[in-house]
Ligand binder design. Structure first.
Ligand SMILES: Nc1ncnc2c1ncn2[C@@H]1O[C@H](COP(=O)(O)OP(=O)(O)OP(=O)(O)O)[C@@H](O)[C@H]1O
Ligand SMILES: [Mg+2]
Length: 314
């Protein structure tokens, strides 16, 4: 790139929980997907971590928004402004010389035409001249190192903050996919997919006012209690993986059993999840090396292979 190129290229993973932007293999933005706006004028006050801090402290003149819900844009204005803010952040203090911005953005594989349009519009309004989109499970698969063009079946499960996507990929295409849109967020820190862990984490201490006295109090929550709460969400993921396997053609099914199933997204880091899935299905599960950045990494690779990857959406 540098000073003389006319096109600046960025890859964007616009997630419900986190947005990651890479530029020439470098991660230039890794921020929560939050924007703070002036409640009266809608002027942008902050994006990312700074906005999240404002989110935690309510103020009548500040409107903090998470523009994505369940993987898709829910607030168009806020989404566009947030992307704009992050791109500004990515370009840093130096103004990009490039008059034209080429982008590849990940979108959920179950996106409707309207949802795809919304992402494209937001990206174009935020300065994108040449916008491509890639289905997130495809990007995640590339990001974990799967050869997506190979004549071989692979299954990827991307557990994010708003969606879980399961896809079987072969020959540069998504053969089948399932997605679960999850309202609300899976709580972490002491989260666990099993009620018995060998190295149990310490209790998570919740601070809040006592409902009777309004005095501050601390309540310890154990991983077992959280595991109980998470069980329903995990059962849904299990059922979706099983049903995806059931619908996989026999040749690809055999490949998946041989290769194991790949887990990506922040949810892949849930303690005990891989073990629970392995025990249930008798198939190996591999956690991506860097689950939170798998989609971003794959989107970056897609950006460099625009000519070769004809599954990119124009
Ligand atoms: N150590 C961890 N254990 C369990 N869950 C975690 C951990 N770290 C992060 N998470 C969860 O991962 C989620 C964020 O993952 P990720 O960044 O992949 O989501 P996203 O891409 O923004 O969302 P989506 O793809 O659904 O739009 C958060 O909801 C968080 O609860
Ligand atoms: Mg994601």
């Amino acid at each position: 790139m540098g000073l003389f190129s006319f096109t600046q290229e960025v890859a964007i993973d616009l997630g419900t929980a986190n947005t990651i932007i890479t530029c020439n293999d470098k991660m230039v933005v890794d921020e929560p997907s939050v924007i703070a706006l002036d409640a009266r004028s809608d002027k942008v006050l902050a994006v990312g971590k700074v906005a999240r801090e404002m989110y935690e402290k309510t103020h009548p003149n500040i409107r903090t928004v998470r523009p994505l819900r369940e993987g898709v844009i829910a607030d168009f204005y806020a989404a566009e402004q947030m992307i704009r803010g992050f791109i500004k952040m990515a370009s840093g203090r130096k103004r990009w010389f490039a008059p034209s911005l080429r982008m590849v953005i990940g979108i959920p594989s179950g996106s409707t035409e309207v949802e795809i349009r919304a992402v494209r519009d937001s990206a174009e309004h935020a300065g994108g001249r040449d916008v491509y989109m890639v289905f997130e499970p495809m990007a995640a698969a590339i990001g974990v190192g799967i050869d997506v063009l190979a004549p071989e079946g692979n299954m990827i499960v991307d557990i994010g903050g708003g969606t879980t996507e399961i896809a079987v990929i072969s020959l540069g295409g998504i053969v089948s996919n399932k997605s679960i849109r999850m309202a609300g967020r899976i709580k972490i820190n002491v989260g666990s997919a099993l009620t018995v862990l060998e190295d149990a984490p310490e209790d998570y201490v919740v601070h809040g006012p006592n409902q009777m006295t309004a005095l501050p109090m601390e309540v310890p929550v154990s991983y077992q209690e959280i595991a109980h709460c998470l069980d329903k969400s995990i059962s849904k993921i299990e059922a979706a993986i099983l049903s995806a396997l059931e619908q996989t053609p026999p040749e690809l099914y055999a490949d998946i059993v041989k290769n194991g199933i790949y887990l990506a997204g922040g949810g892949a880091m849930l303690r005990g999840l891989d073990k629970r899935l392995r025990d249930k299905m008798n198939i190996q599960f591999h956690i991506a090396e860097d689950p939170l950045h798998a989609v971003a990494k794959g989107t970056g690779v897609a950006l460099k292979n625009i000519e070769k990857f004809n599954f990119l959406i124009r």
